[in-house]
Design a protein around this ligand. Structure first.
Ligand SMILES: Cc1cc2nc3c(=O)[nH]c(=O)nc-3n(C[C@H](O)[C@H](O)[C@H](O)COP(=O)(O)O)c2cc1C
Length: 193
């Protein structure tokens, strides 16, 4: 309850250096209120999930899990690949789902955002991501929807998001995320009394 800051873990479903989704997460970092900090957790180094030899998990997976347990909330910036989420993101989520009794996303507020060069703003990928997150019983925000279509027109060459509407939506989304974290802290404080 007494914690002043809200720590948000940022996940980008793209390994590309100049990823629009990484730039979108950066815009969210810029729009965050002063008490909300977003730290990106990299998916580089996470091997393909293979149940043979999955326990104990490799260090990159253990690091990701530990950071997610420590975070108050999560924001996932997903590209759309073939009308779904990229394999890189799905693979990371598969790792996080095992063993089932260790679930760093249980009840955790999760916001979804996404950018694409296409016309539909990652809508289909975001719907698939919601379905996958339902396994984790995460507290996934429904709105506002942050769907960045035609990303080439919305970011400057240095990666700055130049679309004011999207910036406003990111601010709204982060406010909602903060509200969910406060509610969770309040409920867990009540439980302790
Ligand atoms: C294999 C592949 C499949 C793609 N499929 C879609 C798609 O179904 N819908 C879409 O809007 N964009 C699609 N794209 C375009 C991506 O949205 C675009 O490459 C985007 O920049 C990827 O995100 P990033 O910049 O964060 O890496 C696809 C790109 C790749 C490489």
């Amino acid at each position: 309850m007494g914690e002043e800051f809200i720590h948000v873990a940022g996940i980008v479903g793209s390994l590309r250096r100049d990823s629009y989704n990484r730039w979108l997460l950066r815009a969210a970092q810029q729009e965050a209120p002063p008490t909300l900090r977003i730290a990106e957790l990299g998916l580089e180094g996470i091997p393909l999930y293979n149940p043979d030899g999955a326990s104990p998990p490799p260090p990159a997976v253990q690091q990701l899990k530990t950071a997610l347990y420590a975070a108050d909330a999560v924001i996932i910036a997903t590209p759309e690949y073939n009308h779904s989420i990229p394999g890189v993101l799905k693979n990371a989520l598969d790792w996080l789902s095992v063993p089932p009794e260790e679930n760093p996303l249980e009840g955790k507020p999760v916001a979804i955002i996404g950018a694409t060069t296409g016309n539909f703003g990652t809508l289909r990928a975001q719907l698939h991501l919601r379905q996958v997150l339902s396994y984790f019983n995460a507290d996934v925000l429904n709105r506002p929807e942050v769907l960045v279509a035609r990303a080439k027109e919305k970011f400057g060459p240095d990666g700055t998001l130049q679309d004011e509407l999207t910036r406003a939506l990111l601010r709204q989304l982060l406010q909602e995320l903060a509200l969910r974290v406060w509610r969770r802290r309040f409920l867990s404080a009540l439980e302790q009394h």
